[in-house]
Structures are given as structure tokens and as C-alpha cells.
Design a protein around this ligand. Structure first.
Ligand code: X2X
Length: 292
């Protein structure tokens, strides 16, 4: 067994998909599967339960996953202690944020780190910011930019970077939503809305429904991520609440209008999340120290 076997194993444990993990590790599915089999033979225990499409971890597999994460972390820490000059830090740092945050907040946060540690390889993944904390928790990434969740998991720390204001937005083209808005009073129960799947923006929408006494809102669609919501609003699918930074950076923003809301929608905090334990890793610690 070597470190590469552990990496392959953790990859499969996270993806739960043989062909995906084989592809991302540049192996044929049969070679990949042989690696896992050999590992299971060496341990004398099954690590995964397989069915046609997915795999799940056995109890032994779950324990071995903890062992694998700890061992790989220790190995990273050890490798980095061998580097005499911290300015020469190398290795990879996996970062996750939304497409919008990659324009609006990441350059500022990452700029200083890049100039101090140019040899560190940054692996950036963009996506739905409401998945960010979960991706840090399950070790898919080291660092994520995320809205502060109402309840921060115990093993995560959050460093505030900005307050994110939000607006209620409507389409500009003639559509059901704009027609309903022209009536007095507005029939809010009939108004179509577009919601994010989860996260602080969804909570703000639910809060706003309660304030307006909209008991059974008409949900036109739920969308993962915020950028797609701006497009759907501009196409006339309905109304939505979005962070102003998403509206500002959307290529569709000329086809969206911002509506007056009273009382104003409560902003949320955007920050950097890491696992407390990851602060032992020199790369993560270096990143964290720059933030402070
Ligand atoms: C939560 C977050 O990352 C942003 C910048 O507000 C967003 O993309 O909505």
C-alpha cells in the first residue's frame, strides 16, 4: 500500500463512481478497479459495496477513509516541513466559490497569496455557493468562499470578507410577472418566483414570503447556483431575490429591474471557510494568515 493507493481510495469514496474516478485519475476502469481490489486484498476486508452504477463504503471502508485522510494530511504536513523556505511553498490548494465570487471577491483574496507563494498550484472549482461548506467538510476542497450558514458546523471556521446586500428583481420584458405587477393590489400568490435550492438567499426569499404573507408562493423553478437565476428572470420566468453582486456581474443585467422592498432584505456575510484541522496544513495556514 502506498500514498497513491490512499489517494485513489479517497477519490472513489468521494465520487462513489468507478468510471468517473478512473477517468479523473487518468486510468482505465479495469486498472482502477484492480487497484481497489488489491487494496481490499491487502486489508482482507471489503471497502466498498458495489452495485451496477454506484458504490458505497462498508463500515470498514468508512474507518479506512478516516485513516486515509489523516495519513494523507500528515504526509502533506511532513513534506512541507522539508521545505526550508516557507516562501517556496509548493503543492496544490483546492478552492471553491461561485462563478460570481470568482470575479468579485476571489481575485482580492487570492492575489496576495499568489504573489507570496507563486509555486503553489491553485485548483479552482466554481459552482453553487450553497454547496461550499459541505465541500470543505467532506475534504473535496481545502478552502471555499461561502455565505455564512445560520449554524456553522463545529469543525469549520469562517473568516468574514464582505457583507452581501440583496435585491428583489423582476424581468423587463412583458410576461406574466410584469402583468401581475401592474395590477393594484398585486396578487402575490399568483406571482411566479425562482428560488435557489438552498443557502442564505433561499432563506431570505422564504423570510420575504412570510413578511408579505405569501403562504403558498408559486414556484416557477428552483435553481442550483445564483447566476442562472438572473438569466431566468431576464427571460421573464418570474421574480427572484439575488445578491446585488450577482446582478451587477450578470451579462443579462440590462434586462432586469430592481424593485423597491420595504423593509429592506437583510444582507448576509460572505467569508472564507476551512476545516479547523486543515489549519495544520502549511498551505491552508499560509492562506489563512494572509486573510488576517
Ligand atoms: C454567496 C456568494 O458566493 C455570492 C458571491 O454572493 C454569490 O455568488 O451569490
Amino acid at each position: 500500500m502506498n500514498f497513491n493507493d490512499l489517494k485513489i481510495f479517497t477519490h472513489l469514496a468521494e465520487s462513489k463512481n468507478f468510471s468517473k474516478s478512473a477517468r479523473q485519475n487518468h486510468m482505465s476502469p479495469s486498472t482502477f478497479s484492480r487497484h481497489i481490489q488489491r487494496l481490499e486484498e491487502e486489508l482482507g476486508q471489503k471497502l466498498f459495496l458495489r452495485d451496477n452504477r454506484r458504490v458505497t463504503l462498508t463500515k470498514c471502508g468508512e474507518n479506512f477513509l478516516d485513516f486515509a485522510y489523516q495519513t494523507l494530511n500528515q504526509w502533506k504536513i511532513f513534506q512541507q516541513t522539508l521545505q526550508s523556505n516557507p516562501r517556496e511553498l509548493t503543492g496544490e490548494l483546492k478552492i471553491f466559490c461561485s462563478v460570481t465570487a470568482s470575479y468579485s471577491h476571489l481575485p482580492h483574496v487570492l492575489g496576495k497569496f499568489r504573489s507570496l507563494y507563486p509555486n503553489v498550484e491553485i485548483q479552482l472549482t466554481t459552482g453553487d455557493p450553497s454547496a461550499a461548506v459541505h465541500l470543505v467538510q467532506n475534504h473535496t476542497v481545502d478552502i471555499a468562499l461561502a455565505g455564512q450558514p445560520t449554524i456553522l458546523p463545529n469543525n469549520i471556521i469562517f473568516h468574514y470578507i464582505d457583507s452581501i446586500s440583496l435585491s428583489l428583481i423582476a424581468p423587463r420584458i412583458t410576461c406574466l410577472a410584469t402583468q401581475l405587477l401592474q395590477k393594484n393590489p398585486v396578487d402575490w400568490q399568483k406571482m411566479p418566483f425562482i428560488l435557489p435550492l438552498e443557502g442564505p438567499v433561499r432563506q431570505r426569499m422564504e423570510q420575504w414570503f412570510r413578511q408579505k404573507n405569501i403562504k403558498h408562493p408559486t414556484i416557477y423553478a428552483t435553481v442550483a447556483g445564483h447566476e442562472g437565476i438572473a438569466s431566468m428572470v431576464s427571460l421573464g420566468c418570474g421574480l427572484a431575490i439575488l445578491p446585488d453582486v450577482v446582478i451587477k456581474n450578470s451579462p443579462m443585467n440590462t434586462q432586469i429591474s430592481i424593485m423597491e422592498v420595504s423593509p429592506p432584505i437583510q444582507p448576509f456575510d460572505l467569508g472564507v471557510c476551512v476545516q479547523k484541522k486543515s489549519l495544520e496544513l502549511p498551505l491552508v495556514r499560509a492562506f489563512w494568515e494572509i486573510l488576517r
